[in-house]
Design a protein around this ligand. Sequence first.
Ligand code: URA
Ligand code: SF4
Length: 213
Amino acid sequence: RPGAQHWIPPGADLDQLREAARACRGCELYENATQTVFGAGSPTARVVLVGEQPGDQEDRQGLPFVGPAGRLLDRALAEVGIERADAYVTNAVKHFRFTQSGPGKRRLHQTPDMGHITACKPWLQAELAILDPEVIIALGATAGRALLGPSFRVTKQRGMLIPWPTDAGEEGTRRSAFVVATVHPSAVLRADDRESAYAGLVADLRVAAEVLH
Ligand code: URA
Ligand code: SF4
C-alpha cells in the first residue's frame, strides 16, 4: 500500500482536496467501492466529526453520514446544540470496505484495518490542517486510532478532553484544541440497550459542545 500522500496536491484548499481524492489509489479499497467519499460541511467549522468509513448509502451517494447512522448522529448533535450545518463531517477511511458473497448479495460492512487507516490518514491530516478546528469528535475506535494511534480504546478514553496539538499561532489567537472520543452511532443502533447507548453518545457530545460555548 503506497498510501494517499502521493495523490495530495500541495497547497490545495478543501475543494481541491476533495477533487484530488476522487483519483486516490493509496490502498486497494478504491477497487470495489463506488467512489471516494470525502469530508463535507462548513469550511469555517469549529468542530470536525470523524467517522470510520462510508457505509453502503454513503458509498452510493458520495456523501458522509447520510444513512441511518447519520440520521441518529444529526439527532444527537441537535440535542447538544451543534448544528450539522456548522460542522464538518468526514471519515478516517474514505472508501467503503465490504464483503459480498455472491451476485445480488447484500454488501456487508468490513472494519478497515490499521493498514487502511494509515494509508488514508494523509487525507484526514490535510483536512484538519486546513480546518484547524477547536474540537475534533472521534466517532468510534477507527476514528480514535486514526487520530490518537493504535493503542486508543474508546471504553477508556471516551468523553474526555484530550489535548490536540495545533501550530503556534499569532499572539492573542486561540491555540488549544481537543479531541473528544465517543462511540460510533452505528454501535448505538446495534446496542441491546439502545436508550442508554444513545444517552452515552449525547453525554460525550455535550463535552465537545461545551468547548464551543
Ligand atoms: N459510518 C461512518 O463511519 N461513516 C459514514 O459516513 C457513515 C456511516
Ligand atoms: Fe485512497 Fe483512502 Fe480510498 Fe485507500 S481508502 S484508496 S487511501 S482514499
